[in-house]
Design a protein around this ligand. Structure first.
Ligand code: NAP
Length: 309
């Protein structure tokens, strides 16, 4: 029987693991199906984590977090939690390999996954020229032209990153204003090899057996079609929360969520189910910053320790 099961090994889950174990909980396991560190490890440039010093990659920022937690006794299990149920005071976690694990408390810190934009050809060419990770795949397009879809912080930051490797980046956005920080917009506009292709819808991404060979965009102003013959398309159009483990057999969630499926918590990261907490990007009103997710994790852990008495 675990004191605490943490689902997700990003900044929220890792910080919760650190505070829970250092705060005296003996039996804490963090379930993470991939590499601990979370989605931020796919970011190419971080410059807003307090105290970090120089600009660094997400991978560099996260590289010591797990080891620090393990020093205080956090156990890490590389496994996917597929379902969480509760009977009486006890939670049961079912993992992808069919095992069951009981816990007195649970923290959901699963974060989110890249959203699909929904254009023609997206599913067909995903992983064959369409990517959601510039640090992972940008290198394949060294010296080549690429297109990047989106108009938020992620899109603009990754456009700037790709502009360093690629000969040209077409920044394809459905409006002509961006929802990114002013300094990020400034960085993007300063890159001479980024061309803004705004007020357009994507008609289709096309290709052949080898993968993407281009995309067609349609102007929202005059309906003209423009062809961009690029071998790579990066998509950064937001993220969807990963709430699947809380889905019950009858289709409802174990605790309250909002319309987007984000977990409703109070300022202590408590859900409406005693002993069940949520932290980081999976919760309502998340600022979606590493520092905030980390803060959520510590808040949750402090309150879980109190809950367990
Ligand atoms: P976001 O802010 O939600 O932006 C998504 C962008 O994609 C928007 O410009 C949106 O267009 C566009 N979009 C959405 N659906 C689309 C579709 N189906 N087809 C075409 N375009 C579509 O997402 P994000 O950039 O991933 O950022 C998520 C959160 O993380 C934000 O709160 C952001 O501030 C934060 N973040 C912060 C940093 C940082 O501080 N360094 C870095 C990355 C992300 P519209 O503008 O027209 O809606």
């Amino acid at each position: 029987m675990l004191d605490l099961a943490i689902i997700g090994g990003g900044p929220a889950g890792l910080t919760a693991g650190l505070y829970a174990t250092r705060g005296g909980l003996k039996n804490v396991t963090m379930f993470e199906m991939g590499l601990p560190g979370g989605q931020i490890t796919g970011s190419s440039e971080i410059e807003n984590y307090p105290g970090q010093g120089n600009v660094m990659t997400g991978m560099e920022l996260m590289e010591n977090w797990l080891e620090q937690c393990q020093r205080f006794g956090l156990k890490h299990e590389m496994n996917q939690v597929s379902k969480v149920t509760k009977e009486g005071d006890i939670f049961t976690l079912e993992t992808a390999d069919g095992k069951k694990q009981e816990a007195k408390s649970v923290l959901l810190a699963t974060g989110s996954v890249p959203r699909r934009a929904g254009f023609q050809g997206e599913d067909k060419f995903f992983g064959r020229g369409i990517s959601t990770c510039a640090t992972c795949d940008g290198f394949f397009y060294k010296g080549k032209e690429v297109a990047l879809v989106g108009g938020g912080d992620s899109a603009l930051e990754e456009a700037v990153y790709l502009a360093k490797t690629c000969s040209k980046v077409y920044l394809v956005h459905r409006r002509d204003t961006y929802r990114a920080a002013p300094s990020t917009i400034e960085h993007m506009k300063a890159c001479e090899n980024i061309e803004e292709v705004t007020n357009v819808d994507i008609e289709e991404v096309y290709g052949d057996n080898m993968g993407v060979t281009g995309l067609k965009v349609k102007s929202k102003i005059d309906g003209t079609i423009r062809d961009l013959p690029v071998p790579g398309v990066f998509v950064f159009v937001g993220r969807d929360v990963l709430n699947d483990p809380l889905k019950q057999d009858d289709g409802t969630f174990l605790c309250d969520t909002n319309e987007q499926g984000e977990i409703i918590v109070d300022l202590r990261m408590r859900t409406n189910v005693p002993g069940l907490y949520a932290a980081g990007d999976v919760r309502i009103d998340a600022a979606k910053q590493v520092v905030c997710a980390s803060g959520d994790g510590s808040t949750a852990a402090v309150n879980i320790i109190e809950y367990l008495g």
